[in-house]
Design a protein around this ligand. Structure first.
Ligand SMILES: [Zn+2]
Length: 87
């Protein structure tokens, strides 16, 4: 699984809506990709925050905003990683 795919499946992963195969793929990726692990934590926290206020889910606009930010962050970090493998 690539980072882009992980981002696409992330909310379903958090909500336990993935089938076993996708879930295993996601877990495998999360175990090896620090960026996506951070992403998962951040998204979980944000989701928990909304739920604690009584909302069932993130408002759709808010959710897509978040994923846009996440995708850009992942893309930036991938590019940075190519330039400097130590980071
Ligand atoms: Zn990743």
């Amino acid at each position: 699984m690539k980072c882009e795919e992980l981002v696409r499946y992330l909310s379903d992963y958090i909500d336990n809506n993935l089938n076993e195969e996708l879930r295993a793929d996601a877990q495998e990726h999360l175990a090896t990709c620090r960026n996506c692990h951070v992403l998962l934590d951040t998204t979980r926290l944000t989701t928990a925050l909304y739920r604690s206020r009584g909302d069932q889910v993130l408002p759709p606009t808010r959710r897509s905003d978040l994923y846009e930010k996440i995708k850009r962050a992942v893309a930036r970090q991938d590019a940075a990683g190519l330039e400097d493998p130590e980071v």
